[in-house]
Write a protein that binds this ligand. Structure first.
Ligand code: H2U
Length: 363
């Protein structure tokens, strides 16, 4: 059944089949005046090397360790990790009282937290890095995934970018958290993709992608192996999803040419993002794919790898969307439609970065 409602004008709810949840879309509200918080707009004025920055090469971190004179990427164990690699201390967490067990569930959580610097220079970000340097980053993600995936059931690769996202350091970096449990978001996506696969005999996100490629309405970028789109069910104003065109269940299945094309499409998307509000665009991004560890021996064909970009900005480099009130208590809500966000992003240059003013696509 298709919907005859004018989705550009009228409030409606859209279903997210990955999360099994709804988002309220209120397009008419984009016209409302704004008198709320305005964040200070800062253009980066960064130094290439700061001897007091613990992510720079040759610097002594507060824990006394000296970083190597790294030339490409550099990975180290987080000095303040959320998870530890310990021998099982809390083996039996169940009591003999079944009601207590339902009300006070607990499981031992162990894992490994890594920090990964993308490049020795603090004044670079992914959109201003060379394609070969971005490929090094992707290859290091794959290498780290392969190192951790036999021991842990999940490896979350994520980048928090910008102070507004709580990022503590301007040096280009990301984190990897491996855990002995499958976190909530991945669990939900696993369950919903599995239900879809059993019901339709098809991979949910491959079907979704094929339909998006036909409609073109929400496509932002496309190259031979990858697509960037604003998902139909996007919550954040300029949220995007990056998907391979081939069915890929895990990140270590990407071929050399797919890695190169991923680097190219990432750079293009991030140039567009920076150009949108003429700022170093903040976001949280990360990859989702089939869980690992004991799941490596189970069929995971219902999964399709994808990256999500979740940026907080709404209408300028200083006005962010707040996920408060109704969103915290009822369900996510957005004003700008996914189609309008995609059109805006599509129309921006993906080669000329606003700070560089020249074609940097082959840089
Ligand atoms: P963000 O990605 O949120 O900026 O976090 C950077 C991480 O780097 C953070 O988790 C770690 C912090 O614990 N870090 C170290 O492990 N050692 C340091 O000396 C500085 C920061």
């Amino acid at each position: 059944m298709s919907c005859s409602l004018n989705l550009d004008e009228f409030p409606h709810t859209r279903y997210n089949p990955l999360k099994d949840e709804w988002v309220l879309v209120s397009p008419h509200r984009t016209k409302r005046p704004w008198k709320g918080q305005v964040e200070e707009s800062k253009n980066p004025n960064r130094v290439r090397f700061d001897p007091s920055n613990p992510l720079c090469p040759n610097v002594i971190r507060p824990n006394g360790q000296t970083n190597p004179d790294y030339k490409e990427t550099f990975v180290f164990d987080n000095d303040f990790p959320a998870l530890f690699e310990y021998d099982d201390l809390l083996q039996d967490c169940d009591s003999s009282d079944p009601i207590h067990n339902d009300l006070f569930k607990v499981q031992p959580a162990k894992g490994s937290c890594k920090v990964m610097c993308f490049h020795p220079y603090s004044d670079l970000t992914l959109p201003t890095m060379k394609i070969t340097d971005i490929m090094n980053v992707i290859k290091k993600w794959i290498e780290m995934y392969q190192e951790l995936s036999s021991r842990y059931t999940w490896v979350q690769i994520f980048e928090n970018k910008g102070e507004i996202m709580g990022c503590s350091n301007p040096h280009p970096h990301c984190q990897l958290w491996a855990s002995n449990f499958v976190p909530n978001e991945i669990n939900r996506e696993d369950k919903n993709q599995s239900i879809f696969y059993k019901k339709h005999g098809k991979v949910m996100l491959m079907e979704y992608l094929n339909r998006e490629l036909k409609s073109k309405e929400r496509i932002v970028l496309e190259n031979e192996h990858w697509v960037v789109l604003v998902p139909y069910w996007a919550v954040w104003p300029y949220e995007t999803m990056m998907l391979p065109k081939r069915h890929v269940t895990r990140i270590d299945q990407l071929s050399e040419i797919e890695i190169e094309d991923l680097a190219k499409i990432m750079k293009k998307l991030l140039i567009k993002y920076d150009n949108l509000f003429k700022c170093s665009f903040p976001y949280t991004m990360g990859f989702h794919f089939a869980p690992c560890g004991k799941f490596l021996n189970e069929p995971q064909d219902h999964w399709q790898l994808f990256a999500s970009y979740l940026p907080p900005l709404l209408r300028s480099s200083s006005v962010k969307k707040f996920m408060v009130g109704y969103e915290m208590l009822a369900q996510p809500q957005r004003d700008l439609t996914a189609e309008k966000a995609a059109k805006q992003l599509r129309e921006l240059s993906d080669t000329n970065h606003y700070l560089i003013h020249s074609d940097t696509s082959d840089y």
